[in-house]
Design a binder for this molecule. Sequence first.
Ligand code: DHE
Length: 640
Amino acid sequence: MKLSIKTITKYAAATALFAVLATVSMPLQAAQWRGSPGGSGDPAAGEQLFRYKCSGCHTFGHGDHLGPDLANRHNQDGWLRNFISDPEWSTTNTNYGKQLLEKWGYVMPDFDLSNQEIENIIAFLNAQDSLGPLKHTSPAELTDTQFEATKNIYFDRCAGCHGLYRTGATGPLIDETRSEWIGTDGLAALLRYGTPRGMPNFGHSGILTETQITNLASYLQLPPPDAPPLPMEDIRASWNLIVPVSERPTQPAHSRDWENFFGVVERDAGKISIFDGSTHELVSRVDVGFAVHILRSSSTGRYFYAIGRDGLVTLIDLWTETPTVVATAKGCHDARSVDGSKSPGYEDKYLIEGCYWPPQYVTFDGLTLEPLTRADLPMTDIHGETLKENRVAAIIASHTEPIWVVSLKEAGYVNIVDYSQPNFPTVSSIAAEKFLHDGGWDSTKRYFMVAANANNKMAIIDVADRSLEAIISTGNTPHPGRGANWLDPVYGWVNASTHIGEGKMTVYGADPVNHPQYAWSVVREITLPSAGSLFVKTHPNSPWVLMDMTLSANGTSHRQICAYSKENAAIDRCFDVAQNGRAVHFEFNKDGSEVWISDWATDGAIIILDGQSLTEIDKIIGLQTPTGKFNVHNTAHDVY
Ligand code: DHE
């Protein structure tokens, strides 16, 4: 059954039940158990707990989900009791636990339940066996105001991974049919606690309230509303040239080494803080777009381009006395990527912004952000299927040709956009793999290596030949950032990705000239303590390849980073870096003698490690949700 607002209204009377589920003891089917509880547990309390905490991953009688269907289990209660009370121990020390890990790929989170709570859950499971599949709680009926507010929450928090039309990409498909199958309780539990596969715990971390979670779980069972276009006239109207080129300095108006500046994204503050990489001093803090995502450097490095999730591009001049915003423009309602023109003769001349919504890319003058062209994306994927949504993921600029390499997420094409031609046309469309996301250059800057993360693959594009070179299966949800290039003692030049869905760095040969026998094959698989990794990074002068485990759900690894020795081809150490939040993303300084890591928290920090010893040499505190960091030299020259 598909749910519409009308059918939801039908359930209005039952809806209030869900609202109280989170906080108040609620009998539901428990009336049928009273008087025959069985064991020392209370099945009614167990049902409440099951719905609130377990139903995100488990169904009762509706089939397997992220964990097994718990109807008619064939295990002894004793085993289950031990398993719930210490999932990590049971997974490591029992044969059945090992089988579960093999099958499901991760250890069940430990909810730290009391003995009585565990008894209650077991009593519920046993009692429910005779009652059949557990009925879903009806979704809440949303007023127009609640619907609008919830739509905005979905747009801000969920659409990036699941898509505006919920067709899935980095996160799974959650259209109304699948959402209805997961059910109101299951959706709420997922939103509340997240998953070991990388879904954030929006409730537990205090980002969403229980009411917002209830509304979102209900909203997901309705068809998605249509999203508006952004035509060229609106893009032009958004253009704000704050400092004309004629009023900007013709040489740096300060004596700092601006090529060693770091731009640090303070995501939830909507600000970029710019630090002097030589002295670690704050040089400037500028306003940028909502939930600012990343920075890219212009070809000369003089300008930073910031891209906000609201599609606002901000041009920051690093030559003014203190770095200053000189222009802004908005080419998308929702965006993640931007890059400048880097080919000889076109330095700093043009800019491209790729949209998550609408399906388009927009080009701008690189010095003023005057909007130049808007191009619709094709709405057919590599298999000929018609798409409702097609988002621009990673964009990378060639250093030798006047082209941008543009990944189309849902379509699975990598497009080549030629900025030397009038109207910036797409001149080549290379069929790669669906669900393209992030990636970077190989060591020669001929091959673009991009993760098709929902398909567990890396696609290798030969940009010089405009062809698909290879597809590599790497593991569960690869997420390399820009990736890392280094010389392996056996395999020559290699590149690597870590994974969101499993604790593993996969290293693949990337040296088709000197080591063709290993090129584009997996040559090493390096086990990490946890899944949840977002970034892997190195620098030509560093002995290390560094990786984070930002989304780890094991309680410790989210604070840590791991260092892999290039020389020994093994993990050397994993250690705590973040104190207040999660360790995320790396950036080396210009000469690779330092590496900067974010402690991603409301009261966040940048931890600066010595590039050789990896000991902490400085800490910049007082930053709000610092995420990505971009060194001018390394970003302009694609050093990673
Ligand atoms: Fe990113 C790169 C998309 C969430 C920090 N991220 C990218 C790229 C894409 C992307 C397409 C490649 C851009 C390029 O190279 O042109 N990111 C998305 C999402 O869709 C997603 C999963 C969900 C969302 O709603 O945005 C998402 N990203 C995040 C985060 O939560 C991170 C950790 C912090 C934040 O911004 O909220 C984050 N993404 C980054 C960073 C890079 C990035 C730091 C650039 C890495 C680099 O070294 O260049």
